[in-house]
Design a protein around this ligand. Structure first.
Ligand SMILES: Cc1cc2nc3c(=O)[nH]c(=O)nc-3n(C[C@H](O)[C@H](O)[C@H](O)COP(=O)(O)O)c2cc1C
Length: 176
């Protein structure tokens, strides 16, 4: 059982989103999953050029990390998408990744996998973003099992409050 988490924050492993994802992955690991995190700090997955090659040939011709990330996902059983709230939506890095999945979507290439979403924000509005990520997962063939989010402006200190931690651990377990 392999689970890939994709973090689309330029703040990487030290960012809020990666830290919340880490708790979800702890839950998954507690049930025996092997986990891996892929960071999209920018420029690793470029925006879609609408060249249509992915529909015709099944691969994107752009020379970046997208195809290798796609292969990793194809070899995995579970996929967690983690994004900060950037202006009521996902980050540009996550949107570029989603757009590049156009070929994946057209043949539902991730069919049979299970997924989840993780969102953090400064002041709120996470649910529509988590729903958007999970709806995207459905279009790829992935079956979402839930989501977790945190409003960082309401949290003092480094650790997530117990209720959010417990939701995140539970999500990781459910995913497995
Ligand atoms: C460009 C940008 C846009 C943001 N837009 C919002 C927003 O619309 N609403 C909100 O609540 N927080 C917003 N935030 C705050 C981030 O969502 C929040 O700090 C998040 O936890 C950052 O996650 P990270 O540490 O993983 O990057 C924004 C931050 C940035 C840098």
């Amino acid at each position: 059982m392999k689970i890939i988490g994709i973090v689309a924050s330029p703040r990487g492993a030290r960012g809020n989103t990666a830290r919340l994802l880490q708790v979800v992955l702890e839950g998954a690991e507690s049930q025996g999953a092997e986990v891996e995190v892929v960071f999209l700090p920018g420029r690793t997955v470029l925006p879609c050029k609408a060249c249509d090659t992915c529909h015709k040939k099944g691969r994107c011709p752009q020379k970046d990390d997208f195809e290798s990330i796609k292969e990793k996902i194809l070899r995995s059983d579970g996929l967690i998408l983690a994004s900060p709230n950037y202006i009521f939506s996902v980050s540009a890095q996550m949107k570029a990744f989603m757009d590049r999945c156009c070929g994946v979507i057209h043949c539902m290439a991730f069919e049979g996998k299970y997924g989840a979403s993780v969102v953090t924000s400064g002041v709120g509005d996470e649910k529509p973003i988590a729903d958007y990520l999970n709806n995207f997962l459905i279009t790829t063939g992935t079956r979402p099992v839930g989501s977790v989010w945190a409003t960082m402006g309401t949290i003092s200190g480094e650790d997530f409050p117990l209720d959010i931690r417990s939701q995140a651990l539970g999500l990781g377990k459910k995913l497995v």
